[in-house]
Each structure stands twice: as C-alpha cells, then as structure tokens.
Design a protein around this ligand. Sequence first.
Ligand code: 5GP
Ligand code: ZN
Length: 116
Amino acid sequence: MSDTCLFCRIAAGEIPATVVHETGTTLAFRDIGPKAPVHVLVIPKAHHANVGELAEADPALAGAVLAAAGAVAKAEGLTGDGYRIIFNTGPHSGQEVDHAHAHVLGGAPLGPMLCQ
Ligand code: 5GP
Ligand code: ZN
C-alpha cells in the first residue's frame, strides 16, 4: 500500500469507486472517464507499478488479474460480441497511474487497435 498511489487508495476504500467485482487479491471498478460503453479497470490490491513488474514479482497474482478481467467481461455481457483488455505500460503507452491495471473495454465496436 502506497499512501500516494491512487489505485492503492481505491483498493483500501479511501477513495470511492463503483466496484463491479472483487476477490481476495483483486478489485474491479468502473473507469471514471469511460472510453467505451463498458470500461472497467481491474487491479491487484497489492501495489505493483505495471503489469510487467507484477508478472515478474507474482505470476499467480497476474493470473488472478486476468481471471478477474475475464469474469468482469462475462458479467458485463461482453463475451458474445467480444471485448479488449489493455495494460498500458510506461510512457509510450500513455500509462497515467503507476499501479498495474487492466482496462476491460467493450459494448460497441472498438475500432482499430491503434490510432493511425
Ligand atoms: P492508464 O492511462 O494509466 O492506463 O489508465 C488510468 C485510467 O484511470 C484512466 O482511464 C482514467 O480515466 C482512470 N482514472 C483516473 N483517476 C480515476 C479515479 O479516481 N477513479 C476511477 N474510477 N478511474 C480513474
Ligand atoms: Zn498502488
């Protein structure tokens, strides 16, 4: 837990969020600025700066985040038409919050993978 990390503070219940899924080690909540009809963030409750560091430090927890992302997609009704999971990692990706998180996006066609 980092006192200065936004997602640590959400995981600790210090900052409110619309939680849609929770396990002992993961939390999923709606993105405050949705980029698609469904836009949910899935985080490990433990602090890891990005998905690469998470996977290296705790592969089981990385798997738990993916499993939670899949469960969210199912609960949000996305499995039929499909969805996208994004882990922004580092400056070139535009990562804004340095606590590993999966974006689960869906509910409409999502367009090309990258802006041209
Ligand atoms: P990143 O750019 O780091 O991959 O994504 C960070 C995401 O966190 C952004 O999509 C942004 O809208 C979302 N976000 C930033 N602050 C908050 C907040 O206080 N609450 C919630 N629910 N989402 C946030
Ligand atoms: Zn954190």
